[in-house]
Design a protein. Structure first.
Length: 86
């Protein structure tokens, strides 16, 4: 999926949010409630990040970026869950 992203900055954000998903998972532990908490936290962080960019004059906030950031975080969460269970 990351190879289909055109802009280098978006690739970096995708990876950053993947790492963020892993770190939040490690901080909260395993379990369904913790997984839901991780996803909610990722959504909040991604939305706030884009709102800040939207308010800055030299940046552009985009809903597509929010979706990409959340997707990267969820993929990181899933990879860590898979790795954690092995």
């Amino acid at each position: 999926m990351i190879t289909q992203i055109e802009k280098p900055a978006e690739k970096i954000h995708f990876l950053e949010y993947g790492i963020l998903g892993v770190l939040i998972f490690k901080a909260t532990g395993k379990g369904t409630k913790q997984n839901i908490f991780v996803i909610i936290l990722l959504v909040i962080i991604a939305v706030i990040d884009e709102l800040i960019q939207y308010m800055l004059p030299n940046r552009v906030g985009d809903i597509r970026d929010v979706v990409m950031n959340i997707t990267g975080g969820i993929i990181g969460l899933c990879l860590e869950k898979f790795w954690y269970q092995s």
